[in-house]
Design a protein around this ligand. Structure first.
Ligand code: FAD
Length: 342
């Protein structure tokens, strides 16, 4: 028997909080669908894994987003996230079902849970992946080996990591890296319940009180139009805001602007900030450092304003204005107003 013959399918951890499913789970299911489509001969399925309490009815939603099967672990001990019980349940689930690969969102929860489980089952884990492919040469030999790419050396290089010797092949992937596939409410799939065996029901850490997360005033990852301010626009942030208001968009920024104290970190786009994928990203006075671009280069349309014609940002832009933001932005406000009144 081949070494990993009993391991099969691509599993995706579908994170939820109070029954609200984090979008990254669906992004990973969408990408997993693309991956299994590259190895039709292997007959791989996309399996969603849903942990929580009172969440059984969410399984159909996961199927509608592209899962062939959903394994639900519904238990009182999983009501709120705890490393202990989630890691216990997931470890047992993986040991029973033997997924060939297991993908998790690189959210705070995913970053806590996935390495813990990987260590328990002695599996390899690639953190913060930005691209996943199935090695087609290996696939021809019946092995669905994943080539998992992630930024390294401060984002200046990309490394591709393969886990040849252990299963499942685990990876965490940041939200917004992969595109969401359209939802198909008519999709059908299998739902299976899994009951973990608890060695103890006594929590090692007590949750005394769950405090509602303090929500920032905006979530830049959800905005359809983003106007990004770089250090070059620090002197005219009011104009940047005006353009965003006229476009019905939201202002975000480079790390330089956060470091200079002009905006909060939750507005930062990039490798150590957020990954965004709006329809339009208007970059104002942003140089286009690789660490910034890593967080926004998948935007549908990128328009940049920079006074330096050699600025790197132009190399990933669909359209660019070489000029001073102090002069270009007021003109932009006027032309948007004029276009709206037509
Ligand atoms: C490990 C690591 C992680 C990082 N993570 C991130 C991250 O998540 N996000 C991020 O953004 N950066 C990140 N950085 C920092 C990144 O390398 C850059 O330093 C940063 O993105 C630069 O921001 P900026 O382009 O706004 O500023 P600058 O590099 O100072 O560029 C300013 C630009 O504005 C232009 N300009 C100046 N004045 C005007 C004007 N009046 N009109 C028009 N244009 C003008 C200039 O020509 C220049 O291109 C990271 C760095 C490291 C090492």
């Amino acid at each position: 028997m081949a070494k990993f013959e009993e391991y099969k399918d691509i599993y995706v951890f579908v994170e939820q909080e109070n029954g609200n499913i984090a979008e990254v789970g669906y992004e990973l299911i969408s990408e997993a669908r693309k991956l299994v489509a590259t190895i039709p001969a292997m007959g791989y399925k996309v399996v969603g894994v849903l942990l929580g309490n009172g969440i059984k009815d969410k399984a159909q939603e996961v199927i509608a987003h592209g899962a062939d099967k959903v394994i639900v672990v519904d238990d009182e001990l999983l009501k709120d996230y705890s490393t202990q019980f989630y890691a216990d349940a997931l470890t047992q689930l993986i040991n029973k079902y033997k997924p060939d690969s297991f993908l998790t969102g690189a959210t705070p929860l995913g970053r806590d849970l996935a390495p813990r489980v990987a260590a328990r089952i002695n599996a390899g884990l690639t953190a913060d992946a930005t691209k996943i492919e199935v090695d087609q040469e290996e696939a021809a030999n019946g092995v669905a080996l994943l080539d998992v790419t992630r930024p390294t050396f401060g984002g200046n290089l990309f490394g591709t990591i393969v886990c040849k010797n252990t299963r499942p092949q685990m990876a965490t992937i940041r939200p917004k890296v992969f595109e969401l596939a359209p939802v198909d409410e008519s999709r059908t799939g299998e739902v299976e319940e899994f009951k973990p065996t608890w060695t103890t029901t006594e929590p090692e850490v007590f949750v005394e009180k769950v405090i509602e997360k303090v929500k920032g005033d905006v979530d830049i990852t959800k905005a359809d139009i983003l106007v990004g301010a770089g250090r070059g626009a620090e002197g005219c942030l009011d104009l940047v805001q005006q353009v965003a208001d006229e476009l019905g968009g939201v202002v975000c920024c480079s790390r330089a602007v956060v470091e200079d104290g002009y905006m909060d970190k939750d507005r930062q786009v990039g490798q150590t900030g957020k990954t965004v994928r709006p329809s339009l990203y208007l970059a104002c006075g942003i140089s286009g450092a690789v660490q910034h671009c890593a967080g926004m280069d998948k935007s549908d349309m990128i328009i940049s304003i920079n006074r330096d014609p050699q600025a790197e940002i132009f190399s990933i832009s669909n359209m660019g204005f070489v000029g001073d933001v102090n002069k270009v932005l007021p003109l932009l406000v006027e032309s948007i107003k004029a276009a709206k009144s037509e």
